[in-house]
Design a protein. Structure first.
Length: 174
C-alpha cells in the first residue's frame, strides 16, 4: 500500500502510517502471498487493537464474510493484473505497459481504500469485540484470531515484524 491521499477514515490514516514502517509492507505481502491473508482485514484488526478493541474468531469470521466478495471480485483481480503487467507480452511497448500498470495500481489502491472505508463504517455501526486494556496484547490476540480462520499458518517472523511495529505505534500514543 504505497503512499496515497491523507484524507479518509482514521483507519485509513492508521494503515498508511503503519504500512510505511520498516518491514511492515514486506511482512504484509508475505502473509498475503503465503497464507492468503487479506492485508486490509489484518490492518483493521491491528487498528482495532490500537483503539483498545479485542476481536474474537467469530468477529473475524463475520468480517471475512462481509469483505470476501469485494476482495475476491475486485481487489484480487486488480492485483493479479498489475502483477502480470510487470512482464507484459512483447506485443505492447514496455513503456506503454508500465504506464497502464501504474493506472491499474492506482485502481487497486482505490479498491483497497474503499474496502477499508467499508470496514471502518462497520466498526462505527456495530460494537465489535470487547474492550482491551493492553493494545499490544490485543494486537497479538486479534492476529491469532485471524490466523485461526485461515487454513495456512502465518509466518511467525512476519507476525513478529508486524507486532514489533505495532508496539512502536503504541509507545508513541502513550
Amino acid at each position: 500500500m504505497p503512499e496515497a491521499q491523507q484524507s479518509g477514515s482514521p483507519f485509513w490514516r492508521f494503515s498508511l502510517q503503519f504500512y510505511r514502517m520498516s518491514g511492515v509492507a514486506d511482512a504484509c505481502i508475505a502473509l498475503q502471498d503465503e497464507a492468503g491473508v487479506d492485508v486490509n482485514l489484518l490492518l483493521f484488526l491491528l487498528w482495532n487493537a490500537s483503539m483498545g478493541r479485542q476481536l474474537s474468531r467469530t468477529n473475524v469470521e463475520d468480517l471475512e464474510r462481509r469483505v470476501g466478495e469485494w476482495r475476491e471480485g475486485v481487489v484480487v483481480p486488480l492485483r493479479e493484473l498489475r502483477r502480470r503487467l510487470k512482464s507484459p507480452p512483447s506485443l505492447i511497448q514496455p513503456e506503454a505497459a508500465e504506464a497502464y500498470r501504474m493506472r491499474i495500481k492506482q485502481a487497486e489502491l482505490e479498491a483497497e481504500r474503499l474496502q477499508q472505508e467499508a470496514l471502518f463504517a462497520l466498526s462505527q455501526a456495530a460494537s465489535l469485540g470487547r474492550p482491551a486494556l493492553d493494545g499490544p496484547a490485543a494486537a497479538r490476540d486479534n492476529v491469532t484470531a485471524y490466523q485461526e480462520t485461515l487454513p495456512k499458518q502465518f509466518s511467525q517472523a512476519a507476525v513478529e515484524t508486524l507486532l514489533s511495529a505495532f508496539g512502536k505505534i503504541s509507545d508513541r500514543a502513550e
